[in-house]
Design a protein around this ligand. Structure first.
Ligand code: NAD
Length: 256
């Protein structure tokens, strides 16, 4: 139980990668606070089955006021976040010239600005307690672009820039800040892209295979459990000099 006594806030943790990361942290002994929408009871039950019963806050991360409320709740009920995992994210697929401006604003707010707000509010407590870990879930799209994902690519590049800045500002402390950059992980977010191909008449298995074949040489999805192992390493004392890194786990995507 390496993380016994630590509190971990994981944003966007009701499904997909966030739920996987929250499970790994809970199984390692951390007291987890969930956030996000959808099947909240299922997520809470899952975390309780591997660790302590979790906290939960429904903040909509596009709203800085609600982020403030969530951070107040974490401070009040749990004594602050020792581990902050900024995971929540959305995307929209369209070429720049037809990209809806309201989607641009929403993606920048949720995928990038929320990382600034949660970090801004978590850092003072981490400094006071003399220990902290910030793990930002970026993407391979924080390091390279793909067509038709302008807002997502811009936000994820921004997340990596923010990660490096926080790492520099905390460099002489036991607080570290790093980004993880997954390739394709089979979550509801990626299923949307597969579903678009299925709607265009492609066989479901073929749609998955094509998605992987285009970018991911391993021809296998990365799993939330594998990303959880990486997060546990970044939380460990052995990783204290890993600072401002962008760790890709991408089945070889960026090796091409
Ligand atoms: P997902 O859709 O399964 O989960 C997204 C989570 O964010 C959910 O819990 C959802 O409720 C929450 N969320 C969405 N909007 C929110 C808001 N406004 N306020 C609060 N919570 C909100 O997606 P996922 O694939 O698990 O993605 C998680 C993160 O991983 C995202 O940042 C995504 O960009 C990143 N990522 C995913 C992949 C992939 O292949 N799935 C690859 C690289 C990076």
């Amino acid at each position: 139980m390496k993380l016994q006594g630590k509190t971990a806030l994981v944003t966007g943790s009701t499904s997909g990668i966030g739920l996987g990361l929250a499970s790994s942290l809970a199984a390692a002994g951390a007291h987890v606070i969930l956030n996000g929408f959808g099947d909240i009871e299922r997520a809470k039950d899952h975390i309780a089955s591997v660790g302590q019963a979790p906290g939960y806050h429904a903040a909509d991360l596009s709203d800085p006021q609600q982020i403030g409320d969530m951070m107040d709740y974490v401070n009040r009920e749990f004594g602050g976040a020792d581990i902050l995992v900024n995971n929540a994210g959305i995307q929209h697929v369209a070429k720049v010239e037809v990209f809806p401006p309201e989607q641009w604003d929403a993606i920048l707010a949720i995928n990038l600005s929320s990382v600034f707000h949660t970090s801004r509010l978590a850092l003072p407590g981490m400094r006071e307690r003399g220990w902290g870990r910030i793990i930002n879930v970026a993407s391979v799209h924080g390091l390279v672009a793909s067509k038709e994902k302008a807002a997502y690519v811009a936000a994820k590049h921004g997340v990596i820039g923010l990660t490096k800045t926080i790492a520099l500002e905390t460099a002489r402390t036991a607080i570290t800040c790093n980004a993880i950059c997954p390739g394709w992980v089979l979550t509801p977010l990626v299923q949307q892209q597969i579903d678009r191909r299925i709607a265009a008449g492609i066989d479901p298995q073929q749609a998955q295979d094509d998605l992987l074949a285009e970018k991911q040489p391993s021809q296998a999805f990365v799993t939330p459990e594998q990303l959880g192992e990486l997060a546990l390493f970044l939380c460990s004392d052995a990783a204290v000099q890993v600072r401002g890194a962008a760790w890709n786990m991408d089945g070889g995507w960026l090796a091409q």
